[in-house]
Design a protein. Structure first.
Length: 384
């Protein structure tokens, strides 16, 4: 039997607390029952050894193995953050919507992202993915997502393998499941930007390595991580802040509500009828952009016409015109509120040029933070 144990920084939860809750931690009489601080990453290889019956008689002086059939355990310490590839597959966790995280894990991820950003010049994290290869699959054109993941993997010491959808046998009818099974044998993780969330979910279900959703029509969780990092840099502690999302209630709005809830952010989504987000994750929904912006710490918007919406472009622009972020709407927010946009932007449509390029815009920091947030994510998934 093989067993890959967890490493020092658990992805699935606070290791000490989890074990204590499950009552799996023995204590000797003199030990206090405090929180565990560290765990040692190990690989256990167990095999059965047959021993003779303990009740059988023996000759004087005869040495004989006694007892019942027991398991022998070989304990192999791991070095720091390093996990055996076999263990990674055992402990595979995907990142598809952001719901895979808990509040504690999100906080630690953002802490690490800030550390990586501050220490980038000194090469902090340069060995985290040493010897690992990451497949970066893009079915759609990409600027920020492709560059940030490509550079991020390289800066962590890994090998980024960029693949376009039309370069794979997927374009000739090979199934998603078979593609996932094959790629899993070559790489340590798969990052994919796709025009179908169902495709990404199916890929993750068949893959033996972690799968990261770099963007689908339903979710954009990697962008939301960068957004929270930016908001924390500019506004401090995230808990209790108010973020007003104005415009199309799309994948970006959905991801902000999911991760915003974990961070304790009040997310308000203002969108017209037919464009509003579904209820959930504590988000407040309104059809009045000024109501959403009132007292907000940040205003957020996204393009009105996404890839795939081109046939409806004129109608969408007409319907969403009252939901532009401009100087007038920004005036309804706090005096020091910031403006966020996941880009690419279309000045004069969802946001005015004055606001996009103004002093309260955090858009360019936000774009840079894709790099740092995703590096922290990959470390969590692969380096523990």
């Amino acid at each position: 039997m093989g067993f890959g144990a967890a490493c020092r920084r658990q992805w699935l939860g606070e290791p000490g607390r989890t074990l204590l809750q499950q009552r799996h931690v023995p204590f000797s009489g003199g030990e206090g029952r405090g929180e565990l601080v560290n765990q040692l990453a190990i690989d256990l290889r167990v095999c059965l050894v047959s021993l003779l019956d303990s009740q059988q008689s023996r000759a004087p002086g005869e040495k004989r193995r006694v007892g019942r059939e027991v398991a022998t355990v070989e304990e192999v310490p791991a070095d720091g953050r390093e996990l055996h590839r076999r263990s990674i597959r055992c402990l595979k966790v995907d990142f598809l919507t952001g719901e895979e995280l808990g509040a504690f894990q999100l906080g630690k991820l953002l802490d690490r992202a800030a550390e990586l950003k501050a220490g980038r010049g000194e090469g902090l994290g340069a060995g985290s993915l040493a010897g690992r290869s990451i497949a970066l699959v893009f079915e759609k054109p990409s600027t920020r997502t492709r560059i940030s993941f490509d550079v991020g993997v390289a800066e962590l010491g890994g090998h980024p393998l960029v693949l376009r959808g039309d370069e794979l046998q997927l374009s000739r009818g090979e199934s998603i499941g078979d593609t996932a099974r094959v790629i899993s044998r070559y790489v340590d993780a798969i990052v994919i930007r796709s025009g179908s969330h169902e495709t990404v979910a199916e890929l993750a279900a068949s893959a033996e390595v972690p799968v990261v959703n770099a963007l689908t029509p339903l979710h954009h969780p990697c962008q939301a991580l960068a957004d929270l990092l930016t908001l924390r840099e500019r506004r401090g502690d995230l808990n209790g802040q108010r973020l007003a999302y104005v415009g199309d209630g799309n994948n970006m709005a959905r991801s902000l509500t999911i991760l915003g809830e974990l961070a304790g952010i009040e997310v308000v989504v203002a969108a017209p009828s037919g464009y509003q987000l579904e209820e959930g994750h504590g988000a407040k929904l309104t059809a009045d952009p000024r109501d959403a912006a009132a007292g907000a710490d940040a205003l957020y918007t996204d393009v009105w016409v996404s890839m795939g919406d081109e046939d409806e472009a004129a109608q969408r622009r007409a319907d969403l015109a009252p939901f532009q972020i401009d100087a007038d709407l920004l005036a309804a927010a706090k005096d020091d509120a910031i403006v966020l946009h996941c880009l690419p932007a279309h000045p004069g449509e969802e946001i005015s040029a004055e606001v996009l390029y103004g002093e309260r815009s955090a858009v360019w920091d936000q774009a840079e933070n894709r790099l740092h947030a995703q590096k922290a994510l990959l470390e969590m998934l692969l380096a523990g």
